[in-house]
Design a protein around this ligand. Structure first.
Ligand code: 5GP
Length: 205
């Protein structure tokens, strides 16, 4: 099976992280781990949640073209390491990038066949409540993240799908369904179709 890229974006607090972690490696998913200059939150581990790094090292990676895309989000830099993504696509994996919209649009330019999914929280008040309850950011940062959300929403038109994240297992099932359907698009089966027609020489005289 050919590899593919799936991008999942959505507001901070929309539950992206939780949903993405439930996509099963047995089903072919490979999650990309981003590089960030943000400080780790309590409970976050380097190499599992992010590769936490300095601004100096981040810019070095960017200059050396080690990042597939990068963006600034509320004062911190984030980027996708290129090598892992390319290797996993080669292996036929469904590579999942959990990234914000400007990074997603950069990837879409480079890989037009990437599938872009926007995960929406049910309502804005619910999102604000989730962020406050999470307790990992102060009030000023929460407000900055909510403003960022409102800035991202008009860009949803560039996405292929919108999934409302009301109940987590439902959102996961919807993403699985999208990926299943996407894998059956004819342009992803070019090699298979070619093999099918090429084999006629052996069967039809
Ligand atoms: P957080 O600080 O809440 O972990 O992430 C903030 C935002 O950065 C989220 O919208 C998240 O999806 C996004 N993000 C995480 N990694 C990357 C990345 O590698 N590239 C881009 N462009 N955005 C990222």
């Amino acid at each position: 099976m050919d590899g593919m890229l799936v991008i999942i974006s959505g507001p901070s607090g929309s539950g992206k992280g939780t949903v993405v972690k439930q996509l099963r490696p047995e089903d072919g998913y490979a999650l990309s781990i981003s590089v960030t200059t943000r400080k780790p939150r309590e409970g976050e581990t380097d190499g599992r949640d992010y590769f936490f790094t300095s601004e100096e090292n981040f810019h070095k990676m960017r200059e050396e073209h080690d990042l597939l895309e990068h963006a600034v989000y509320v004062g911190n830099y984030y980027g996708t390491p290129r090598k892992y993504v390319e290797e996993q696509i080669q292996k036929g994996k469904i590579v999942v990038l959990e990234i914000e919209v400007y990074g997603a649009l950069q990837v879409k330019e480079k890989f037009p066949s990437a599938v872009l999914i926007f995960l929406m929280p049910p309502t804005l008040p619910e999102l604000a409540a989730r962020l406050t309850k999470r307790g990992t950011e102060d009030a000023v940062t929460i407000e900055a993240r909510l403003k960022k959300t409102l800035e991202e929403v008009p860009l949803i038109d560039s996405y292929n799908y919108v999934v409302i994240n009301d109940v987590i297992p439902d959102a996961v099932a919807k993403i699985d369904a999208i990926v299943l359907a996407e894998r059956m698009k004819p342009f992803r089966a070019v090699e298979k179709i070619k093999q099918f027609t090429d084999s006629q020489k052996e069967i039809i005289c």
